[in-house]
Write a protein that binds this ligand. Sequence first.
Ligand code: SF4
Length: 667
Amino acid sequence: MRFVPDGALARPVSGKTSNLAQMTMAAAVADALVSNAVLAVEAGTGVGKTWAYLAPLLMTGQRAWISTGTQALQEQLFLRDIPAVSQALGLPIRAALLKGRSNYVCLHRLEKARAGELNTGANDPAWSSALGRIQRWASQSMVGDLSELPGLDDNSPLRPWISSTRENCLRETCPSHSVCRVYRARQIAQEADWVVINHHLFLASQLNRDEALPALLPHAQTVIFDEAHRLVELGETQLGLSIGSEQLLELARELKSLGPLMARGLQPWAHLALVLEQATRMVSRLLPSHAGVKVQTNWAGGTPKGVQSLSWKRVRLEVLHALDSAAAALQAVAGAAAPLEAMMIRAVQWRNDWVLLLRDLPNDAARDELTVRWVDRWPDGTWRVIQSAADAAQAFQAAMHSAGPVQSWVFTSATLGIDDQLSWFVGGLGLQAHPALRTLRIASPFDHAAQASLYVPDDMPEPADEQHSIALAASVAGWAAVLGGRTLVLTTSLRACTRIATALRELFANEAVHSLQVLAQGDGSKRSLLALFRAAEQSGPGAILVASASFWEGVDLPGDMLQLLVIDKLPFPSPGDPLAQARALRARAQGLDAFQEGYVQKAALALKQGAGRLIRSATDRGVLVIADRRLLTQSYGGPLLQALPPMTRLMNETDMQNALVRLASSR
Ligand code: SF4
């Protein structure tokens, strides 16, 4: 199979053309598909990796699962890329989109909720009007994908009542089974040549064997993972052990609703539910919290850090007693109906998980386990206790094995490692165990040396200095004023994000420099902030967007909309980051350098990911500033700089000013 410069894929589609890098990747994918290989391919920005794996897959005619890290890419593949490649090559394909069951409306539960049989509060006029609106939408939507339901966000309290879980679904005994949207989506997937899934679904399949993908989907000859870098962390958390408030509250809801429905008067259902609800909320109240952000807390011995030990022990027992009582009550009536038996199995399982997860662990220095444990608490009070997989690589290998007799595997992303062996990624998933493993790095086709400059100021305060954010804000205000905005500041913490945004607003309010709009994470959703940024660049005064976390990837501002990208500090995981700790523990056990494996590699990958926001097309021009002197003074600075594409170095503030003036005048 050859990809030639004047072939079908060379024709511009959606404004994009193929390039040598894309053809190199397509050839490698084609070769992997026909020789049953495992291919990990890192494709830099602009390679066009989606087409580079879809085209050869289509030409080999293999049945495939294509898995993405996000639902956004899942939908983009299904709705845009697959039809476009199919049309360009003139080869039809039956593709289907499949998400986890909680993404689809459950007609049965919706009907029960509307009838007031689930104790949802259907008597509340606002609640019943919302359920009525959902009912009208559901009756017209053959797909039933809740992401298409206007006005329903991911955290809506309505969701548990209008969607199903593996445990509460009645399956073949359900009166709505013949029109069920979950089973309809699975049926369509069964008949497809390609099924577009997501990593969560793939990994969950490993744990939920009764809903494992091989049972749901047609046999796949090939599995392709896009955004594959996300598999490493997802595997460490999802293939470990966890229990959270959503599960416990779901059980409480069902005790309250299904208990009286199927075994009225036999157990004190309302009381059992109330006790479990109260214990769950007590955990939430004890955990450290912070307005607007998720707080991750590690363990110190048997207690999450910052939590009073005696209070924690008491609450831990409250949850255990609530689960014990629920399990005992359900055991007594389990024979009466299948849903009660399913609830009983779940209550016993979660009770055992709770005991295992909450057991006392020796402190770091004394322990020999390779797992780490932490608890996440979200601003809305939900929480989850997680224990990483002791060997995430082994767990992922088991997941690959359980996918059935797949012939070839392709893993791709813009960021898979910092060496040619892609060792961070390959080691993280245990892929080195495959004799047919191939790794490939394809650099971005963009001419970064000509298109981008890199400036590492040597006069910034040390990153740990309180004044660092203030000094950086002053510099950013001056730089952005030259460009009239067009500036994105990526920070490594929400605290720094707030400090820099506040300092910038004060500077512009005092009119010390040309006034620009300052947008900051927390002012709105990611989508709305990016829309405001674009609007300000097109018709407003110009803007500076200051953001952290999710803005380090998935932000695409091509052209001269973004000309200055500032990274405040090297993105090392915090010393308490549980996943970095887990990786460091495993590295130490293997005799490797724990700091290098747990922290430096992670920082290099995050830096690459963040820096990739600047140059998005062959005509983009811009400056990247990394305001962290450690790049110049520490031994790890060299390897971190090498992880970035080659850019022209700006050596001092004069160089920087000249570069900005050139950028401003080139528009
Ligand atoms: S089969 Fe399950 S998911 Fe489908 S409508 Fe019935 S309970 Fe809901």
